[in-house]
Every structure is written in structure tokens, then in C-alpha cells.
Ligand binder design. Structure first.
Ligand SMILES: NC(=O)C1=CN([C@@H]2O[C@H](COP(=O)(O)OP(=O)(O)OC[C@H]3O[C@@H](n4cnc5c(N)ncnc54)[C@H](O)[C@@H]3O)[C@@H](O)[C@H]2O)C=CC1
Ligand SMILES: O=C([O-])CC(=O)C(=O)O
Length: 266
């Protein structure tokens, strides 16, 4: 039985607990959320993982695994201290790692605690292929993200374009993954994941589109190098609970937890 503590109880966290409530090999013992969100989290947790306690920090507990499904702030607040204490961690807010120095801090904390932090693939696929291709040498990685106009609300695109009346696909950003992550931090997880697996934040090229013709979060990757090349298009259905988040992100967390908990890993 794998004893897991979960940070966050929003669209991803609740989705993960919902799927795993019938898995006898995974137990959620703690769910960590900020004080202000505890009441709401308690009501969600009472049906999805009734044995779990809702807390605002991990305290002295030592889960087998701590998984972050919360947001950028949670990495320095909860993941780094847990790694230093030797607790294995998984992270889904990969966009946070575009902050200068944070990847190094994460690695140093895991080394100090003699443990490991796993960065999950989330809404994108082929991270295994890209990371393997990097070993032979990559020439180019181009990422195109395309989402319905409403998914770009509360981003700089909202002041530059009238998202409510867009009639055709409109490129709202072109530049490096580093710049994309700076301007669109809540939509930067895929760009940051591709960068970490591949050519890094400065060499990974990004184009972002607001497209009234789509209802899904469409991620396209074009990679080439010594291995040859690949093109990948993911058409991610957004979660009802948070349209910025593709459902595949939830499944990627469930898969990663299953791979730790079950005898067979794939
Ligand atoms: N790697 C990937 O492909 C993807 C990653 N994400 C990232 O996953 C994270 C969670 O996404 P959603 O579940 O859709 O968000 P959400 O907004 O639905 O839920 C966030 C949850 O985290 C909690 N929370 C917020 N700040 C916290 C903190 N400092 N400490 C502890 N708990 C905290 C909130 O109370 C809430 O329960 C976001 O950072 C998002 O950017 C989202 C989609 C894809
Ligand atoms: O599709 C998703 O779930 C999220 C996304 O685009 C990102 O954060 O890069």
C-alpha cells in the first residue's frame, strides 16, 4: 500500500482522488491546502478520500510520496522542505520551474534528502521520446499551443485582443519558452515540460493561438535532431472544473501513482 499526501484539492487533485478511490493499493492520508481553502477541501475530501486529513502543512508526517497538484507557490512552500526531509515527491506545476534557479533548488533539496523528485508529463505526451532524443542531440523543438479564446482570459492576451469577439485563429505570442512562461505562467506547463526534457527554455520555440474554431486545448510539437524527427498533436479535452487544465493531466498523475503503487509499471 502506497501512502500518499496530496498538495492541492482543485480540478486535478480532486480528479485524481476520484479515480483512485477504488484502488486498494493507494491511500491518501493528508491533503494540504491553504487555510482559506480548507473548508471547501474538507467537503471534497469527505467523499473522495474520507480517511484523509485536510491540513495547511505537512508537519512531521512522512508519507511514502508527496504529490503537488496545487500551483507554483506550493513548490517552494511544501515540495522543497519535504525533499530536504527525504520524502519522495512528484510535481505537476512544471511551469513554476521556469523561475530562474528553481530547478537547481529542487535538485539540491532532493540530493540533500537522498531522494528524488519526478516531474510529471501532465497534459503533453512523448516526453519519453523527447528526453531520449536529447541524448543524441536535438536541433529544434517547436511547440504550438492552441486554445479557445476563453482559455486566455486573465492573461496579457486579454488586454491586447478582444477575446469575446475573435472571429479567426489569432497568434497571441511568438518567442522563446522562457518568455512564454514569464508572460503566461498559468499556461506555461507544457512549454516548460518540453523545455526541461529537450532544448531548454531559451532554445525551445513557442507559438500560442487563441482560436474560436476549437473547443479543446491543442498542443503540437515538432522536434528534430540526430535521432530523426517527430510531430505530435494532442487534442486535450478541458476539465469542467478548470478549462485551463486538460483532463489528461489528471490521468498522468493517476498513471504515475499507479506506477509507484503497483507491481507492474508502464
Ligand atoms: N503539467 C501540466 O501539464 C499541467 C499542470 N497544471 C498545473 O497544475 C496546478 C493545479 O491545477 P488545477 O488543479 O487545475 O488548479 P485549481 O485551481 O483547480 O486547484 C488548485 C488547488 O491547489 C490549492 N492551492 C493553491 N495554492 C496552494 C499552496 N500554496 N499550497 C497548497 N495548496 C494550494 C488550492 O486550494 C486548490 O485546491 C496548476 O499549477 C496548473 O498550472 C495544470 C494543467 C496541466
Ligand atoms: O493543457 C493544459 O492542461 C495546460 C496547458 O496548456 C499548460 O499549462 O501549458
Amino acid at each position: 500500500m502506497l501512502h500518499v499526501s496530496m498538495i492541492g484539492c482543485g480540478a486535478i487533485g480532486a480528479g485524481v482522488m476520484e479515480i483512485l478511490k477504488s484502488d486498494p493499493e493507494v491511500a491518501f492520508d493528508m491533503v494540504v491546502v491553504p487555510e482559506a481553502h480548507m473548508e471547501r477541501a474538507r467537503s471534497t475530501v469527505s467523499t473522495l478520500a474520507p480517511a484523509a486529513q485536510v491540513v495547511s502543512r505537512l508537519g512531521e508526517e512522512r508519507p511514502d510520496l508527496l504529490i503537488e497538484c496545487a500551483g507554483h507557490q506550493a513548490i517552494s512552500e511544501h515540495i522543497i522542505p519535504a525533499l530536504e526531509r527525504g520524502i519522495a515527491c512528484m510535481v505537476v506545476s512544471i511551469g513554476a520551474l521556469s523561475e530562474p534557479g528553481l530547478v537547481d533548488k529542487l535538485e539540491a533539496a532532493a540530493r540533500a534528502g537522498r531522494t528524488q523528485v519526478q516531474l510529471l508529463s501532465g497534459a503533453i505526451g512523448a516526453i519519453d521520446a523527447l528526453a531520449a532524443a536529447k541524448i543524441g542531440g536535438l536541433d529544434a523543438v517547436i511547440y504550438t499551443g492552441r486554445k479557445p479564446p476563453q482559455a486566455w482570459k486573465d492573461t496579457p492576451a486579454e488586454s491586447a485582443f478582444n477575446l469575446d469577439t475573435l472571429q479567426e485563429a489569432t497568434m497571441i505570442f511568438e518567442g522563446s519558452a522562457r518568455e512564454a512562461a514569464r508572460l503566461y505562467p498559468k499556461n506555461a506547463n507544457v512549454a516548460a515540460t518540453l523545455s526541461l526534457a529537450g532544448l531548454g527554455l531559451d532554445q525551445t520555440q513557442v507559438r500560442l493561438y487563441a482560436d474560436p474554431g476549437v473547443s479543446e486545448n491543442i498542443h503540437h510539437v515538432d522536434a528534430s535532431g540526430a535521432f530523426g524527427g517527430f510531430e505530435l498533436t494532442m487534442r486535450g479535452k478541458p476539465l469542467a472544473a478548470n478549462p485551463k487544465t486538460s483532463a489528461l493531466t489528471v490521468y498522468s498523475v493517476v498513471r504515475a501513482l499507479g506506477n509507484r503503487a503497483h507491481a507492474l509499471s508502464i
